[in-house]
Ligand binder design. Structure first.
Ligand code: PLP
Length: 394
């Protein structure tokens, strides 16, 4: 019998807890149960038909071969044009790289700059993948808790956490899991701090388009040139165009950084899927009505679910300004019934077949992340089931 021994660098890596929740939901469905999945970080909409048709056309035209590792020139141009239209900043195409989703973008970005022992400042609650990639690189995550400050990240909070080993700061606005949006002035202050302290800024903007009025999307691409040159803007088509399975993300950054990321990509996955790249051009250049329709639908759901959660006994829920997650504080309920957030989520799954993600997975014990990328009817049933569990336990 062979004993498998994994590499040391994976000793502390956890499987993605959000993906584990999706797998648990799939298992229950396979057993014949009706599952209300409020765990998935995935739009419940179809990819718009113009994008699907563009992929079919690309396949018919034989766009099925390798492309340059960093993506086709036409898509890089479309990304540069899109960012210019959104922000007024024109990046040259050698400052653009296309990857297999925003996740690969962040991976390439960190692998290209982090040496063992380097510190990466990450506001908490955070997307589960950030610290895992930092650890994979041999780096150290320095977390800044924001939940006790109403999720309001400021440059001062970051400055207090900096040591001489700090190498980079990650900002994710709108945030997964909290839905909080960092105001443009704060992003600018953070970028100035990065300039003053010789740090790289990674701005994960995969929910960029999902900011609810009166708020407006803001990209680090809008920063003045002197601040922008040390910022990497990470974007994704996954959420914006309901294209999660297509695996198209991108980064805009200093051309030298992009060159290193391209090197990593050329020896790992090579190019993102060819016909998905051609479809991505249609997504960015075609009509944008579907994005506005999705935003309006998410807003209607948010406006229903946040007050509904806040009405649960012992629960408070802050209004998320973006993304499609509510992040209610269950700590009073959990203290009363003597459970941890993960136990509560597990009971909800087993007893009511409702999937939610425990806040502890995101560095915020006592919270639950509830995705409202689901129908209003399912949201209603989900909240009813949560109420019933609270009553049963209490
Ligand atoms: N960044 C954040 C904050 C996310 O929530 C996600 C997906 O859930 C991603 C990046 C990566 O998405 P993708 O790899 O599908 O582009």
């Amino acid at each position: 019998m062979v004993t498998f021994r994994r590499a040391l660098r994976l000793d502390h890596m956890q499987s993605s807890s959000t993906m584990a929740a999706t797998a648990a939901a799939a298992r229950l469905r396979a057993e014949g149960h009706t599952v209300i999945d409020l765990g998935a970080g995935e739009p419940d909409f179809e990819t718009p038909s113009n994008i699907r048709q563009a992929a079919v056309q690309a396949l018919e035209e034989g766009k099925t071969r390798y492309t340059p590792a960093s993506g086709i020139a036409e898509l890089k141009q479309a990304i540069a044009d899109y960012i210019a239209q959104e922000t007024g900043t024109r990046y040259p195409t050698n400052a653009v790289i296309v990857s297999a989703g925003g996740k690969q973008t962040i991976f390439n970005a960190l692998v290209s700059i982090i040496n063992p022992g380097d510190e990466v400042v990450i506001p908490a609650p955070y997307w589960v993948t950030f610290p895992e990639i930092v650890a994979f690189c041999g780096g150290v995550s320095v977390f800044i808790p924001t939940h006790e400050h109403d999720f309001r990240l400021t440059a001062d909070m970051i400055e207090r956490a900096l040591t001489p080993r700090a190498k980079a700061v990650i900002v994710n606005s709108p945030s997964n899991p909290s839905g909080a949006v960092v105001p443009p002035e704060a992003i600018r202050d953070i970028a100035e701090l990065c300039a003053a302290r010789d740090l790289w800024l990674i701005s994960d903007e995969c929910y960029y388009k999902f900011v609810y009025p009166p708020g407006r999307p803001f990209s680090a691409a809008s920063l003045p040139a002197a601040l922008r040159e040390r910022a990497l803007v990470s974007g994704s088509l996954s959420k914006t165009y309901a294209m999660t399975g297509w695996r198209i993300g991108y980064a805009l950054a200093h051309p030298d950084w992009v060159a290193e990321m391209t090197k990593v990509q050329s020896h790992s996955t090579s190019n993102p899927t060819t016909f998905a790249q051609w479809a991505a051009i249609e997504a960015l250049r075609g009509g944008q009505a579907s994005v506005a329709a999705m935003l309006a639908e998410y807003q209607a759901r948010r406006d229903w679910i946040v007050p509904a959660l806040a009405e649960l006994p012992g629960v408070t829920c802050r209004q998320p300004e973006g993304a499609f997650y509510a992040f209610p504080d269950f700590s009073a309920v959990l203290a009363k019934v003597g459970l941890r957030d993960a136990d509560f989520a597990q009971r909800l799954l087993e007893e009511a077949h409702v999937v939610v993600t425990a806040g502890s997975a995101f560095g915020a014990d006592g919270y639950l992340r509830i995705s409202y990328a689901n129908s209003l009817e399912n949201l209603r049933r989900g909240v009813e089931n949560i109420r019933a569990l609270i009553e049963r336990l209490g």
